[in-house]
Design a protein around this ligand. Structure first.
Ligand code: PRP
Length: 201
């Protein structure tokens, strides 16, 4: 029995669709249920940012999570497979027509991705004041909360519709199947069989 932590929402749906194709069975979380048991798997429906935590502490053997979230958490998990869904990038966003003044001593950045943003600016020898937000990041520069944002860009439409421009890309991301190290050693055959099925379907 493998336990797999899935992030709620679109990625959970797309991942369950993949499992449906592989196992030719319906995989759906009923109503408000957070646990789904099917075909020898237990799926946990958790928040995006919590997936690495469930896997790291061994509450789940496997997790499905964006590379950006994984990088942000910094946990030592085994990356098993790029599921080729949820492709996006983490990029700078600025008010249209503005650019970063690299001569300044400090910049204020609004983001969910604190570590990724901090590392990016510090590597460029720019001190950074992070304003941690949990969503609707694009608002911050519009109302003077920050100079710029570091956020997920998929189509670029959210930034565009809010008068922002997409700046430099910090990292590319997509959704990965990841494993807890102990689980990987202990259940290697089962995990690799699943990995293979997901890779070829
Ligand atoms: C994400 C991200 C952007 C948007 C990017 O937000 O934070 O706001 O998607 O997509 P686009 O480039 O295709 O417009 P999400 O929908 O996850 O909501 P959030 O703002 O609450 O994080």
């Amino acid at each position: 029995m493998l336990t797999i932590a899935l992030p709620k929402g679109r990625i959970a749906e797309q991942t369950l669709e993949k499992f449906e194709k592989v196992f030719e069975e319906k995989f759906v979380f009923e109503d408000r249920k957070l646990i789904l048991k099917k075909a020898g798997f237990t799926f946990l429906n958790v928040r995006n940012q919590d997936v690495p935590t469930y896997v790291m502490y061994g509450a789940a053997d496997l997790g499905v999570v964006g590379l950006d979230v994984l990088e942000e958490k910094g946990y030592d998990l085994v990356k098993l497979l790029d599921l080729q869904i949820g492709q996006c990038r983490v990029a700078i966003g600025l008010k249209a027509g503005e650019s970063i003044d690299w001569t300044r001593s400090e910049i204020t950045v609004a983001t969910k991705h604190e570590k990724i943003a901090k590392r990016f600016f510090e590597q460029k020898a720019m001190a950074v004041n992070i304003v941690k937000l949990y969503g609707s990041i694009e608002l911050a520069p519009l109302v003077g909360l920050s100079d710029c944002i570091v956020d997920i860009v998929e189509t670029g439409e959210t930034m565009k519709q809010n008068g922002l421009e997409v700046g430099q890309t910090i990292m590319q991301s997509s959704v990965y199947l990841v494993s807890n190290k102990n689980a990987y050693y202990g259940k290697k055959e089962q995990i690799l069989t699943l990995r293979e099925k997901l890779a070829t379907t």
